[in-house]
Design a protein around this ligand. Structure first.
Ligand code: NAP
Length: 218
C-alpha cells in the first residue's frame, strides 16, 4: 500500500522505516528535504537509505492511499493545508501528533485541550479526511513495536468512521504488535489521549526513559 506521511522527523522516520519493512511504499515529507533533523538524517538521506521517497507535504498527500500526520501538532493544520484538497478526499489520516506548546519551556503545555483537540481541529479543517487518532500516547519506537516494554500495554483509538478505525487496527496497529486496543469512540475522544501528555512528559522526566506505557487493567 502507498503511505504518505506528513512530517519528516523522528516519528515520521520511525513509522516510515517500519512501514517499508512491512512491505509498504512510503513517502515522508518536509519543507526542506536536505535539512538534517536534530537527531535524525535529512528527509532525502532517510529516503535513500530506506528505499523510500521524500517530498513536499502536498506530494505526500498525492502519493498516499493512506496518510499519517507526524508533524508538530501546533503546525499540523498549516502543514496539511498545503495539500491539494482533491488529494485528501476520502483518505484516512492516522493522526499520531500532539498539540505540544514548548513556548514556555519544559514541560510543555497543550495548545488545545478540554473542549477540543488536535484530532478534532484536523477533522474540522479537512472534512474530506477520515481522521483516526491513535499511537500518540507512546514514544515513536514503542508505536511501531509494542513488545519493547515487558508486559502487554494499552493503546487507544478514536475517530468518527468505524471502517477507517477498523482498517487502521488491521493494517497498522496489529502489525506494530498492539493487542490491547481500546476504541474510545468518536474523534472528540482525541481530547482524552492528548490530555494524557502532561502525565507522559512528567513520567519521562522521572523515569529517564521513553520506553514505558500504561496498561488499563480490568
Ligand atoms: N517523538 C515522539 O516519540 C512522539 C511520540 C508521540 C507523539 N509524537 C508527536 O508526533 C509528532 C512528530 O513528532 P517528532 O518528534 O517526530 O517531530 P516534531 O519536531 O514534533 O515535528 C517535526 C515535524 O513538524 C513539521 N513542522 C514543524 N513546524 C512546522 C510549521 N511551522 N509548518 C509546517 N510544518 C512544521 C516539521 O516540518 P519540516 O520537516 O518542514 O521541518 C517536521 O516534519 C508531534 O506532534 C509529536 O508531538 C511524538
Amino acid at each position: 500500500m502507498k503511505i504518505g506521511i506528513f512530517g519528516s522527523s523522528t516519528v515520521a522516520q520511525t513509522i516510515g522505516s517500519k512501514l517499508v519493512n512491512l512491505g509498504h511504499e512510503v513517502m515522508i515529507s518536509s519543507r526542506d528535504l536536505d535539512k538534517a533533523k536534530d537527531d535524525a538524517p535529512s528527509p532525502a538521506e532517510w529516503a535513500t537509505t530506506n528505499s523510500a521517497q521524500a517530498g513536499s507535504f502536498a506530494e505526500a498527500a498525492a502519493f498516499g492511499e493512506i496518510l499519517f500526520n507526524c508533524t508538530a501538532g501546533m503546525h499540523s493544520v498549516e502543514a496539511i493545508s498545503t495539500a491539494n484538497l482533491n488529494d485528501l478526499d476520502g483518505k484516512i489520516l492516522v493522526d499520531v501528533a500532539n498539540p505540544l506548546d514548548f513556548s514556555g519551556g519544559f514541560p510543555p503545555s497543550l495548545s488545545v485541550c478540554n473542549t477540543s483537540s488536535l484530532g478534532e481541529q484536523l477533522q474540522s479543517a479537512f472534512p474530506e479526511l477520515k481522521v483516526v487518532k491513535t499511537l500518540n500516547t507512546v514514544n515513536a519506537n514503542l508505536m511501531v513495536d509494542a513488545t519493547r516494554v515487558s508486559s502487554p500495554t494499552t493503546i487507544f483509538i478514536a475517530g468518527n468512521d468505524a471502517g477507517a478505525k477498523s482498517q487502521v487496527k488491521d493494517t497498522f496497529l496489529t502489525a506494530f504488535g498492539w493487542k490491547d486496543i481500546i476504541d474510545l469512540g468518536d474523534i472528540t475522544n482525541a481530547r482524552a489521549t492528548e490530555m494524557y501528555l502532561p502525565l507522559w512528559v512528567r513520567l519521562y522526566g522521572t523515569l529517564n526513559t521513553a520506553d514505558f506505557n500504561i496498561s488499563v487493567a480490568r
